[in-house]
Design a protein around this ligand. Structure first.
Ligand code: MN
Length: 429
């Protein structure tokens, strides 16, 4: 049996103590990775059976697990003798650090098949209720021995791509400006007569370079369909990467048949897509569906996310991470224009990796603590900006016109506060 888990997982093992279990633990986990409650009981008390020893040992175990998950290390614990509320605590801990909670149950068949099956079902339900995302049940000695645990690299980990890159800000359907910018950066764009050929475009990058889109390819602008064609062709041919923006996500929801409000420029995109063959629209849906929320590049030195990403979330996978990537943090307050005031995470950022993002239009791109916002509001009549990496050079082209009236003037300082309490994003702007 193959057990595929992310490289960074939290694993709870459940099964009565026997030879197979100890062999299994030794075979699949290093001694650092395996947290032992029994060991901690011995550390804190001369009498393992003294009152509260188990509880205190569990507290230390939780503390150790937390510290390891914070550092990004896979961690496992033998959770056989834990109460279900304790197991819930562990799941909570894993989720807090955006780590997938996995349960592996060793439930060897010893008695008649009916009670064995009942036990299996009961385990499954209990663990599911506790919040484990993946549950593997091993039913025999043979199954336990045959297990192959495969630690998978997460889809957002492209740290082997070391650049050089041209990172491109929010395009929002500004196809003409995108073409001009790519040409300025040294890319050659070939337009095909047959739109089925590479989605209609082949883009040849300058030597060794790769383009990266920070998301929000669509909405408000005049040609979101063409921007999609070009970006999809680059991603397909591995000359480009793209992370998902909040506008891309909303379009995906719409294409998936969900009931979304048609505002903030989505109507224009839908009009443009209505002129396209349905097969292409289906390919757009698939493309958007496959977009990750952030990328880790250049041996962990570069992170790309639509609205930025704080360090503790780099490389992690969870709904909270995805939302942060797409919307950032807002303070829960609104500005004079009715737009949510955003938390200035960049001001407090002191991570090692450079984080490049867009989402909130700024009049001019600049570096703040090893982060840069390169959304210079092209669709609102500003610029379309690229950051050349590792050169740290901004290249911009001017918008050909104001394609969409901004809700608030572009040249006002960013509407962000840094000290307010964090609130969940509510509005899709
Ligand atoms: Mn945007």
């Amino acid at each position: 049996m193959k057990i595929n888990i992310p490289k960074l997982s939290f694993i709870a093992l459940i099964g009565v103590a026997n030879e197979e279990k100890s062999t299994f633990i030794q075979k699949h986990f290093s001694s650092n990775e395996m947290i032992s409650l029994d060991y901690y009981k011995g550390v804190i008390s001369n009498d393992k059976n003294a009152p509260d020893t188990a509880k205190d040992a569990f507290d230390i175990a939780k503390y150790s697990i937390q510290k390891r998950l914070q550092r990004g290390y896979l961690t496992a614990i033998d959770a056989t003798n834990l109460q279900s509320s304790d197991r819930k605590d562990l799941v909570h801990l894993a989720k807090k650090h955006h780590v997938l909670p996995v349960a592996i149950v060793m439930n060897q068949k010893k008695d008649n098949s009916r009670s064995h099956k009942n036990r299996t079902d009961q385990h499954f339900l209990e663990l599911k209720k506790a919040g484990f995302k993946q549950i593997f049940i091993l039913n025999s000695r043979e199954e336990i021995e045959a297990v192959n645990i495969i630690r998978e690299k997460s889809p957002n980990d492209k740290s082997e791509f070391i650049g050089p890159f041209d990172i491109i800000g929010d395009v929002h359907g500004c196809f003409s400006e995108l073409s001009t910018l790519l040409t300025k950066l040294g890319y050659t764009i070939i337009k095909h007569q047959n739109k089925m050929n590479n989605y209609g475009y082949s883009v040849l990058p300058p030597r060794n370079r790769k383009a990266i889109f920070v998301g929000d390819l669509v909405d408000r602008g005049p040609a979101s369909n063409e921007v999609l064609r070009l970006a999809m062709s680059m991603v397909k041919n591995e000359t480009g990467l793209c992370v998902i923006g909040n506008h891309d996500e909303k379009l995906l929801k719409k294409l998936n048949g969900r009931d979304v409000q048609i505002r903030y420029g989505l109507a224009e995109t839908l009009e443009q897509l209505a002129k396209e063959p349905s097969q292409f629209v289906e390919e757009v849906r698939e493309f958007l569906h496959n977009l990750v929320d952030h990328y880790i590049l250049d041996n962990g030195q570069l992170v790309i996310a639509h609205a930025g990403l704080k360090e503790e979330m780099h490389g992690r996978i969870s709904n909270a991470v995805r939302n942060y990537c797409m919307y950032g943090e807002t303070t829960g307050k609104k500005d004079d224009f009715g737009l949510p005031i955003r938390k200035n995470w960049a001001k407090e950022y002191n991570g090692e990796a450079m984080v490049i993002y867009g989402h909130t239009p700024v009049p001019k791109p600049e570096f703040i603590n090893n982060t840069a916002n390169i959304d210079t509001g092209c669709v609102f009549g500003g610029n379309l900006t690229a950051l050349r990496y590792p050169e740290k050079e901004f290249i911009s082209v001017k918008a050909e016109k104001v394609w969409s009236e901004p809700t608030r003037p572009l040249n006002l300082p960013q509407n962000v506060e840094s000290k307010d309490l964090i609130d969940q994003p509510k509005k899709n702007i």
